[in-house]
Design a binder for this molecule. Structure first.
Ligand code: SAH
Length: 240
């Protein structure tokens, strides 16, 4: 199967592996994505090989940092702006012990994730229809071991959306394309205000996509009450 070859090559390139049973679950998830995408816009990428490499393998790239992020433990993970479930659903399939909350402000995407969770019989993963900046004003504040986010906003905006949800000593990983250095530069001061610090950038090659970077940030202390600011301000005048 060419898609499996491309997928396995992409995983091997990243030094990640996945057993066959999990690959079959990803295949079932792919079928649901494509079936729902016929009437609900979830992804512009639909070709099987491309979905397996650009969505699935990319989502699994944080497995490269499994020990730093304690991914083999039953840690609590939040995926901000999960969309159709990236990276949260492939992560849950690969690492069943994770306890995941996938957050998105678009209801049809949340419904899609929750129906996949049910059909794939996944446990300890729920999608929540809310804006991240509202969620972090409630019970989820300062509570997650790990936050992940892919293709949602520039790093300075994303940091204010996600860091208030992370507990002290927890991590935030931003899945980024090559422009990571520039985004990081404009976020240095914002990280101080949000009681967090930059740890490292993990850059790697993936299939035909080319270079990708995961920026790893650590939360140091509970978030100051000032943050997050009101929704409009977060995007309109990013912290700097
Ligand atoms: N992470 C997915 C989706 C990226 S599209 C992927 O990699 O494919 C960005 C998503 O973020 C959209 O689904 C949008 O609804 C959501 N989003 C944007 N701002 C948000 C916010 N403040 N809180 C929650 N979700 C948000």
């Amino acid at each position: 199967m060419p898609y499996l070859e491309d997928f396995n090559n992409a995983l091997a390139q990243m030094n990640v592996s996945l057993d066959n049973e999990k690959v079959l679950k990803l295949e079932a998830f792919y079928n649901m994505l494509i079936a729902t995408n016929l009437h609900t816009n979830l992804t512009s990428i639909t070709e099987k090989s491309e979905v397996f490499v650009k969505h699935f393998a990319d989502s699994l790239s944080i497995l490269r940092q499994a020990s730093l992020l304690a991914l083999d433990k039953n840690i609590r993970v939040v995926d901000v702006g999960a969309g159709a479930g990236f990276p949260s659903v492939p992560l849950k399939i690969a690492l069943p012990a994770l306890k995941i909350v996938a957050v998105d402000s678009t209801n049809k995407k949340v419904n899609f994730i929750n129906s996949c969770v049910e059909k794939l019989n996944l446990k300890d993963i729920v999608a929540v229809h809310e804006r991240a900046e509202i969620l972090s004003r409630g019970e989820y504040r300062d509570s997650f071991d790990l936050g992940v986010s892919r293709a949602v906003a520039r790093l300075n905006v994303l940091s204010e959306l996600i860091l208030p949800l992370i507990k002290p000593q927890g991590y935030f990983v931003a899945y980024k394309a090559v422009s990571a250095d520039e985004e990081l530069k404009e976020t240095k001061e914002a990280l101080k205000k949000l009681s967090a610090k930059y740890i490292c950038t993990d850059s790697f090659e993936i299939g035909s996509i080319g270079t990708r970077s995961n920026i790893i940030i650590k939360k140091l202390a509970p978030t100051d009450k000032k943050y997050p600011r009101q929704g409009g301000k977060i995007k309109g005048s990013p912290l700097c």
